[in-house]
Ligand binder design. Structure first.
Ligand SMILES: Nc1ncnc2c1ncn2[C@@H]1O[C@H](COP(=O)(O)OP(=O)(O)OP(=O)(O)O)[C@@H](O)[C@H]1O
Ligand SMILES: [Mg+2]
Length: 144
């Protein structure tokens, strides 16, 4: 049986504009994603797709609901360990590479940025090797 990667229950993300007005960008949604599954969230512009993604990756504090990622509750106040787990195992991939990759940086440094932030290497050699391995994995190595 495949593992449940993400479980979203009753997720709400409201934005308070002023005393009288609150935008209910996401107002109680449920869905789940299992291992190996590709999930597409479809809806008209302004229906809350991007907000859902930002809430799940915890760019926002969800107004209500429960988000479980690989068995860990990531919807409320997270422990340091859960925070680290989330930030090293879930990421957003933006559609427009020109807007999300800094063209003034070297490919090596762009790819290594996550490794740098999370201190995922001990030596410069290890950093370089991890970047080469990643390029290999996605078919961008010299041999291709
Ligand atoms: N930070 C915010 N503060 C107030 N309102 C917001 C905020 N972020 C999003 N909204 C509003 O929430 C609603 C949902 O926006 P969202 O960007 O999630 O929609 P979307 O489904 O991704 O749309 P699109 O298909 O155009 O990308 C919209 O009405 C938007 O204006
Ligand atoms: Mg969007």
């Amino acid at each position: 049986m495949s593992e449940r990667i993400l479980d979203v229950k009753g997720l709400k993300q409201h934005f308070r504009i002023n005393r009288k007005f609150t935008v209910k960008a996401v107002d109680g949604i449920d869905f789940h994603i299992d291992e190996g599954e590709t999930y597409g969230l479809v809806g008209e512009s302004g229906s809350g797709k991007s907000t859902t993604g930002r809430s799940i990756i915890r760019l926002y504090d969800p107004t209500d609901g429960q988000i479980t990622f690989c068995g860990r509750d990531i919807s409320g106040k997270m422990s340091k360990d859960d925070e680290r787990f989330l930030h090293t195992n879930m990421q957003m991939i933006f559609q427009d590479p020109m807007a999300c990759l800094n063209p003034r940086e070297k490919v090596m440094d762009i790819i290594a940025e996550g490794l740098d932030i999370h201190k995922l290497y001990k030596t410069e050699d290890e950093r370089r090797q991890k970047v080469y391995d990643m390029l290999e994995l996605v078919g961008l190595s010299k041999e291709h």
